[in-house]
Structure formats: structure tokens, C-alpha cells
Design a protein around this ligand. Sequence first.
Ligand code: C2E
Ligand code: C2E
Length: 115
Amino acid sequence: MTVQKLAELADFYGVPVSELLPGGAAPSPLGPTPKLVIDLERLATLPKEKAGALARYAATIQSQRGDYNGKVLSIRQEDLRSLAVIYDKSPSELTEELISWGVLDAEARRAVESF
Ligand code: C2E
Ligand code: C2E
């Protein structure tokens, strides 16, 4: 098939030319978006003034899931947005703060970049 024909086909289907080539779309070199994983043991060591709201939020999710044994808790991206409102910060500011507390892994930055 000519390059011209390929470009026309891609245009017809409204997809990038790369979608029509073998192998499909190139995977992101960084891999899938990482999860937001709260370190519950670390969280328990932090003063209530700082971490009280996050601790209550995490406890609510644990109770909704019926999951009380974990040392870590994966939260939804939308939960980080809600927590950012509670803490009166942007999601990325809150992420930086939680990383500095040792509650989130540095990988969490990439989860927030995709917001
Ligand atoms: P729901 O949102 O209706 O989800 C029902 C069930 O679908 C969940 O039961 C879980 O088994 C599955 N599920 C939903 N989303 C995911 C997901 O992203 N990953 C995985 N692995 N499973 C998923 P579960 O865990 O017993 O939770 C019961 C209810 O508790 C949920 O109902 C939701 O209302 C609330 N909940 C649980 N975890 C979270 C959370 O992290 N954030 C929020 N905002 N709500 C949560
Ligand atoms: P995960 O289980 O690996 O899910 C990754 C993403 O796939 C979720 O990101 C969500 O966008 C989508 N997803 C998976 N299952 C469902 C589902 O049943 N319904 C819907 N609407 N979307 C689903 P998200 O929401 O940011 O959650 C991140 C991680 O937090 C999940 O990773 C899981 O480990 C945890 N999680 C979130 N919600 C629940 C829940 O309701 N129950 C449990 N047990 N875990 C949850």
C-alpha cells in the first residue's frame, strides 16, 4: 500500500496513521498511570492537625470496602481531587505535601499529571 493511500484511509477513519500500522499505538515509555497508594502506617504516625482529615477520609473508604487489614490503601483519582478541596490546595500541591509527609510515593506525581 502507498503512503498516500494509508494517509487517506487514516483520514477516512479519523485515526492517526500510526493506528493503522502493525503493532498499533506505541506504548507510553513511562508505562501505565501509577496508582495513588496511601501508606496507612505512615499516616497513623502523623499529627492530627496535619493528617486528621486524610486519616478520616481513608478510614471511610476502608469501611466502605470492608477492608481493615491493609498497610496501604489505593484511592481513586477523584478522591485526591476531593481531598485537595478539603485541604484548600490544588491536586498537585496536595500531592507534593503528601509525598513530603511520606504518605504518597513520588510516583504519585505521574498520576496527578494525567488529571
Ligand atoms: P461502587 O462505586 O458502586 O463500586 C462497587 C464495587 O465495584 C466495589 O465494591 C468494587 O468491588 C468494584 N470497584 C469499583 N471501582 C473499582 C476500582 O477502581 N477498582 C477495583 N478493583 N474495584 C472497583 P467495594 O470495594 O466493596 O466498594 C463499595 C463501595 O464503596 C463503592 O461502590 C463506593 O461507593 C465506595 N468506595 C469504595 N472504595 C472507594 C474509593 O476508593 N473512593 C470512593 N469515592 N468510594 C469508594
Ligand atoms: P484499579 O482497580 O487498578 O483500577 C484502575 C482504574 O480503572 C480506576 O482508577 C478506574 O478508572 C478504572 N476502574 C476499575 N474498576 C472500575 C469500576 O468498577 N468502575 C469504574 N467506573 N471504573 C473502574 P481509579 O478510580 O483512580 O482507582 C484507582 C485504584 O483505587 C483502583 O485501581 C483500586 O485499586 C482502588 N479503588 C478505587 N475504587 C475502588 C473500589 O470501589 N473498591 C476497591 N476495592 N478498590 C478501589
